[in-house]
Design a protein around this ligand. Sequence first.
Ligand code: HEC
Length: 150
Amino acid sequence: MNTGLLENGMYVGKMPVEVNDALLKEGEWRFNTYCAPCHDRTGTGRGTVPLRWAASGGVWQPADLTEDRVVEFADGDIFNVITFGRRTMPSYGAPNRANERWAIIAYVRVLQRAAHGNINEVPAEQRATVEYKGPPPEAAPATPAGATKQ
Ligand code: HEC
């Protein structure tokens, strides 16, 4: 619960808390507050911080949390990343207590699940509400607006 580790020092595979609506709601606002500035609200790593960094000529690329590599992380591994930070990512342990970190991880799993879902998994009567209404993907600008030099 407090370390993300088993007694033998291995990362715990599944979080030791019950995943329910309240936990996911807690995880959602915490993710949007503490993680999305860098990882963006969908988790793909295109938040405003790296975009600003890029605008001033630097490179600081947060991980894409929806990629298979991170999908395969044990829950305890992500707990460790939040608690201590990793390589160029700072720690977010201080503002998030242990149970709050598990809530964030539960929400990261939601984002991963959503990123790998497909339209056939959405009930037919709800499909219209999730349809993409933007420009055709090939017409979207290659460089996000926030990444242009000012
Ligand atoms: C200030 C920017 C920033 C914030 C905020 C941030 N991250 Fe990161 N994160 C990064 C960067 C940069 C990396 C890539 C680190 C590297 O590989 O050098 C990263 C990598 C990761 C990784 C992959 C680690 C690995 O071993 O490859 C996970 C998981 C992760 N972040 C989760 C989170 C979660 C959950 C939060 C919110 C509690 C969060 N991050 C908040 C910048 C951030």
